[in-house]
Design a protein around this ligand. Structure first.
Ligand code: 5GP
Ligand code: MG
Length: 177
């Protein structure tokens, strides 16, 4: 079982559902009368994206992007590379970027820059979790979390644990700490 590797549950399925609902109501009121385009950043955001888009009662379209960030160990630049680009044109669209977690903020900072060059009508950032300092403004943020490695609800460690229905702190011994 995956549960044996979890030190502590931070957010239960129910807490996640409630918070996703609150974010959805905010989005509905901010974008009333408009059509939204959700852009999910693969792969961590896929569960949050699926729940969020179903909770938002507005016409919307979806697309996905995959990016790789060079970790702090390899370079200090924080540059990201697009692994899979969008399939759709975002010109004139009201884009909401959906991310699992804002950590250093590098990923969303660079992504925002790339997307703004494509002339959307607007771009906002939405992350389920955030921690640390932010070089970018998050318009929609689910929870602020402590400095511990979390998994579940789409977030992985070594590609596993994404299917846990809750968000939990991984036991440090799992990653050899
Ligand atoms: P940033 O560019 O904001 O530093 O990096 C954000 C990315 O780092 C997230 O999309 C996620 O892939 C990864 N990340 C950062 N912290 C965690 C964490 O606690 N757990 C997991 N599973 N991924 C994390
Ligand atoms: Mg990610």
């Amino acid at each position: 079982m995956l549960e044996k590797d979890i030190q502590e549950i931070l957010f239960t399925e129910e807490q996640l559902k409630n918070r996703v609902g609150e974010i959805a109501r905010q989005i509905e009121s901010d974008y009333a009368g408009k059509e939204v385009m959700f852009i999910g950043i693969l792969r961590g955001s896929f569960v949050f994206m699926a729940d969020l888009c179903r909770a938002v009662e507005l016409p919307c379209t979806l697309d996905f992007m995959s990016v790789s960030s060079y970790g702090s160990g390899t370079t200090s630049s924080g540059q990201i590379q697009i692994i899979k680009d969008l399939s759709e044109d975002i010109t004139g669209r009201h884009v909401i970027v959906v991310e699992d977690i804002l950590d250093s903020g590098n990923t969303l900072h660079y992504l925002l820059n790339i997307l703004e060059h494509r002339h959307p009508a607007s771009v906002r950032l939405c992350a389920l979790l955030e921690r640390r300092v932010k070089p970018v403004e998050l318009h929609y943020s689910g929870f602020t979390i402590p400095d511990a490695f979390v998994v579940g609800y789409g977030l992985d460690y070594s590609e596993k644990y994404r299917n846990l229905p809750y968000i939990g702190i991984l036991k440090p011994q799992v990653y050899g700490a």
